[in-house]
Write a protein that binds this ligand. Structure first.
Ligand code: BV8
Ligand code: ZN
Length: 257
């Protein structure tokens, strides 16, 4: 459990900070009922390793299996609501306006909680694009606006792109795909410019996102980690709040000036 002393120390770091960068992972959405990346595999997909399913190769091999997995996860994300951890981060942004949130998450719960300045490194599960990006990167497709002729039949393959006929796919970054260049370079610049980086709910396994706290540390930032478990970031954390973010972050906000 996290002691009050650590909560107070985190609040002091935030109070004294000029520039704060927050890096979030699936853990910050866990208390909203969005399973972390690894939990989202049950039933039909239980036998798959997410790192195999969230790849261009898997989509190539079995577009319907991958598309249906995302439809299953989209339904869960649509039902999810921000939890007190998301709300506390929005509150920190209100008190410290030069605070950016860099998220690995593909849900929009930071935005739903009222956060501004959110950078999505791995895309957005709610949006769909042409798998061939036929009209530019990305070629977004509004499934609801598709003419009836192209309406997606749940029994069939994923919907076709209305412009070129290639399969539609979720607008997320799969393993083996490069991250959006502008998002990654902006996140990098924020990491080396911040004086405090708060890392919330990430195992620190997935790169290049997981490199960001190391860049921040090397550039002289203090690193605060909020995670009930040990992660790959823990060794470089100056302060660890070992508790769920929905419990720890509101307690830190209470102690802010
Ligand atoms: C890239 C979108 C260049 C999709 C995601 C070998 C071969 C090929 C590639 C690689 C390789 N080795 C390394 C790589 C690079 C690879 C990678 O990092 N692999 C890992 C698995 C080793 N990365 C990439 O491929 C990236 N692209 O590098 O391009 C390139 C090109 C070609 C070849 C090589 C390199 C692309 C990575 C993006 C993948 N897409 N998401 C989708 O969602 O379907 S990543 C996906 O997994 C999630 O978005 C999330 O980011 C990630 C899981 O990480 P976390 O967010 O940390 O979640 P996790 O479940 O792991 O941890 C949750 C944490 O929360 C835990 O620590 C837990 O304790 C904590 N927690 C739980 N409850 C709470 C809590 N914390 C706070 N409060 C709570 N209540
Ligand atoms: Zn297309």
């Amino acid at each position: 459990m996290t002691t009050q002393a650590k909560i107070d120390a985190a609040a002091r770091l935030i109070n004294g900070a000029k520039k704060i960068a927050v890096l979030t992972g699936a853990g910050v959405s866990k208390e909203s009922g969005v399973p972390t990346f690894r939990d989202a595999l049950e039933g039909l997909w239980a036998r798959y390793d997410p790192q195999e399913l969230a790849t261009p190769q898997a989509f190539q091999r079995n577009p319907k299996l991958v598309w249906d997995w995302y439809e299953f996860r989209r339904k869960m994300v649509r039902k999810a609501k921000p939890n007190p951890g998301h709300v506390a981060l929005t509150e920190i942004q209100k008190r410290k306006p030069d605070t950016w949130i860099i998220t690995q998450n593909v849900d929009d719960l930071h935005e739903q909680a009222g956060s501004q300045n959110v950078i999505h490194l791995h895309g957005n599960i709610a949006s769909t694009k042409c798998s061939a990006d036929c009209c530019g990167k990305p070629t977004l497709i509004d499934l609801d606006a598709l003419p009836d002729t192209l309406k997606w039949d749940a029994e069939k393959q994923p919907p076709p792109c209305p412009y070129c006929g290639a399969y539609a796919r979720p607008d997320v970054v799969w393993f083996g795909e490069v991250l959006p260049a502008d998002a990654l370079s902006h996140a990098h610049d924020l990491s080396v410019a911040c004086d405090v980086m708060i890392v919330v709910g990430t195992s620190g396994l997935v790169t290049p996102a997981a490199n960001l706290p190391h860049y921040a540390k090397r550039a002289g930032a203090m690193v605060v980690e909020v995670n009930p478990d040990h992660s790959m970031i823990s060794p470089i954390a100056d302060l660890r709040l070992e508790a769920p973010s929905g419990q720890a972050l509101p307690r830190v906000v209470e102690r802010l000036n």
